[in-house]
Design a protein around this ligand. Sequence first.
Ligand code: NAD
Ligand code: TYD
Length: 338
Amino acid sequence: MRLLICGGAGFIGSHFARIRVREHGDEVIVLDKLTYAGRRENLRDIEGEPGFRFLHGAIEDREAVEEGIAAGGAGRPVDAIVNFAAETHVDRSITDPDAFVRTHCLGTNVLLEAALAHGLRHVQISTDEVYGSIESGTFTEDSPLAPSSPYSASKASADLLVRSYVHTHGLNASICRGSNNYGPNQYPEKLIPLMILNALHGDRLPVYGDGLQVRNWIYVTDFARAAGCVLEQGLPGEVYNAGGPDEEPNIEIVRRIVGQAGAGDELIEHVPDRLGHDRRYSLSSERVRALGWESRVRLEEGLAQTFSWYEENRWWWEPIRSGEYRRYYERQYGRALA
Ligand code: NAD
Ligand code: TYD
């Protein structure tokens, strides 16, 4: 296939691009705005592969999108757009929501218009957070949307735009909703890499509230493969949940990381809770399983691999820890950890 992968320099999009190039022999064009979370380094091992191209640009810029669609050359547009491009951190959406609305609502709409104009398939990468929080049981694709943060509300808005293009114009689009991803190359604002890097430095580990919030963890390559199944086999207008095999309270994740670092529990510090914090996420993935997908990596193995990756790849995170991230960290945690 010839794919335009939007947001392909980010955490999940770069794993998806690598799998498509290496395992499927796809021609891949990555279009990415390179926000603080987008990094060319995530793609450096596939930059030289035949059929790979990187374009710097935003999904809300129609010209950039058109360039991406045509970038395969030979006068033939790409076959499909896979949209990972997003602002992805809930805490930042609480303090600074504008970019979330711009990218998720306006940006997705530009992609849908372009897909319509060229007759392309569109796969929208979404999140379990659009369903809100669930105390017990699991969300299915038929669960009502009840997002609770500006992040999840703007992601849900993008999903509804996709739905409207299928309904109104018959666009060939599907949605893939993932649970919490973890693995190599995740920006250290997120729980698991933040705790790994802090533990490696002997820094305190800021757990929000009681730490008993539960997340449904999926290893990044498992989710990337689920997105691939949806791309290849998903029906137009259909939503596919892809949840991981393990659910765990945050405090248990942090304790596992403390153990892996050989540190002590005294590093753990309970700090004031996130505003509007969702208590639990849990996804049923029967529909994507029926397409032949299953998760391969359990939490214990995936967390050990992730920990080792951060230990061994200082070149990747050292420039992050000394740049924008340091200012963000001060703003987000400075007072709570003072
Ligand atoms: P990330 O923050 O690591 O990467 C996002 C990428 O999008 C970056 O490369 C960034 O530069 C790019 N981007 C942002 N705005 C853009 C714009 N306007 N135009 C073009 N590029 C832009 O995010 P991630 O964790 O890899 O998430 C990827 C997708 O998966 C997102 O849509 C997210 O909502 C979804 N998702 C993530 C998780 C998770 O746990 N990380 C779980 C479920 C779903
Ligand atoms: P996060 O990685 O931000 O993902 P999401 O909010 O999308 O689920 O957070 C995962 C969980 O970890 C969430 O319940 C919030 C919590 N958390 C902390 O307790 N401390 C932290 O410093 C961070 C970043 C998250």
